[in-house]
Design a binder for this molecule. Structure first.
Ligand SMILES: CC(=O)SCCNC(=O)CCNC(=O)[C@H](O)C(C)(C)COP(=O)(O)OP(=O)(O)OC[C@H]1O[C@@H](n2cnc3c(N)ncnc32)[C@H](O)[C@@H]1OP(=O)(O)O
Ligand SMILES: O=C([O-])CC(=O)C(=O)O
Length: 379
């Protein structure tokens, strides 16, 4: 057993998985062997969810049945809606609200008390309900906190379009619906990122699926992980409001020792392939709207950081300007990441259950030893 400490578990192999393939040197990503570029162009989110949970693409009938099943699971129990209303009234942070809501969903899930937490059929039913209900909960929370009433889900819209419908109260046009569907596909899985690992650790104790997803949401929220997408947009707005050249703004931020959100990655040494795709989409939206400032700030910052810090954009960098141009509220960006990534979390948890062993690393002890215990009055 090695006594070397691998800080941040960098490069440590802890599992075998056939879900996502990442080549950090070449900037390549694929799910189950299909390239992210092909999936982004050709597949719907529902198809990707099926792929991740079943290990193969669905045929037309299977996709139809699966999509119908998911769509039917969208409505929330009244008690959950009441809880969401209370969280919005308490001005809860959106990711904390989502964490609380997913945890609460287990109380109303018929399979949550299943004796065997590893039972695949029960887990697929729970998986479907959790994945289908998260968008309904997020849209309701966003509307309640803005003094509006929730909009009921519609079964005739796909997962992506239905979310935008519930968020805005109107059916999105084709460009918005397809862009959002593609964004969900891009975020659905990414190897053993921190939130997925968190879900796996929880599952490895033979805890249940709702607990694993709840743990993952808490982990995704942080600014070094999923929380970065909202911070990117806050940065772009800060740049805009400062009237400074984006280069000067970034130069100052770096000189102050700040991390620039949306740059750097534990696995990619080059530009994240998802950032390539989202960057192109952000550009397309800017051209269509005839307003390119958010895209232009982004490309200027990307070029400056490449020259001065040798860091490349990760997935969070161009999702920010893409979502902003779609009119999505900034606070919803990280919850939307969770709404997509839940598919990957669940897929990895299913893999973990299939061949479980408790995940339990160790720390090298560097503290004191054999101290005499002083009575409380003698300290
Ligand atoms: C979906 C996702 O989770 S993608 C990642 C989203 N997170 C962000 O965008 C936040 C900004 N990025 C970062 O903080 C990091 O690049 C991480 C957390 C993503 C990766 O971290 P690690 O692999 O642990 O790299 P680490 O934190 O050791 O950084 C290595 C060096 O690069 C620097 N660095 C890395 N990213 C950045 C950044 N975005 N801005 C400025 N400097 C950076 C670090 O300061 C460090 O420099 P040092 O060695 O001089 O101290
Ligand atoms: O893989 C990671 O460490 C972070 C990331 O890009 C993701 O979770 O999508």
């Amino acid at each position: 057993m090695s006594d070397d400490v691998q800080r941040g578990l960098e490069g440590v192999l802890v599992a075998e998985s056939d879900l996502s393939y990442i080549d950090g040197d070449a900037g390549k990503l694929g799910y189950l062997g299909y390239s992210i570029e092909d999936l982004a162009r050709e597949a719907s989110y529902e198809e990707v969810v099926y792929l991740l949970w079943h290990g193969r693409l669905p045929d037309a009938q299977e996709l139809d049945d699966f999509s119908t099943w998911m769509a039917g699971a969208r409505p929330l129990d009244d008690e959950v809606v009441t809880e969401i209303r209370q969280l919005a009234a308490a001005d809860e942070v959106p990711m904390a609200a989502l964490r609380t809501i997913v945890s609460a969903l287990s109380a109303y899930d018929d399979d949550a008390t299943h004796d065997d937490v590893t039972d695949l059929d029960a887990n697929l039913r729970k998986a479907c309900r959790i994945t289908a209900k998260i968008p309904t909960a997020l849209a309701a929370f966003e509307r309640f906190r803005n003094g509006k009433e929730a909009v009921d889900p519609r079964e005739d819209l796909n997962h992506a379009a239905n979310f935008l419908y519930m968020l805005n109260g109107e059916v999105p046009d084709e460009v918005l619906a397809e862009t959002f569907d593609m964004a969900l596909v891009l975020h659905a899985d990414h190897g053993l990122n921190a939130s997925t690992f968190s879900a796996m650790v929880t599952a490895s104790t033979l805890s249940d699926l709702h607990s694993a997803v709840t743990a993952a949401i808490g982990t995704l929220a942080g600014s070094l992980h999923g929380g970065a997408n909202a911070n990117v947009m806050r940065m772009l707005k800060e740049v805009d409001e400062s009237d400074a050249d984006p280069r000067t703004w970034v130069e100052t931020a770096l000189a102050d020792g700040r991390r620039v959100p949306g740059f750097g990655h534990r696995v990619y040494d080059v530009k994240d392939p998802r950032a390539e795709i989202l960057g192109a989409k952000s550009k397309e939206l800017a051209e269509a709207a005839g307003e390119s400032k958010w895209y232009d700030y982004s490309t200027t910052i990307e070029a400056y950081i490449a020259d001065h810090k040798a860091l490349a954009p990760n997935v969070d960098f161009y999702s920010a300007s893409t979502y902003y141009q779609m009119g999505i509220p900034i606070d919803a960006y990280t919850p939307i990441f969770a709404m997509s990534r839940v598919a990957g979390w669940i897929a990895h948890v299913l893999e973990q259950y299939e061949d479980n062993r408790l995940i339990r690393p160790r720390a090298r002890y560097v503290g004191e030893a054999d101290l005499p215990f002083p009575a409380v009055g003698e300290r």
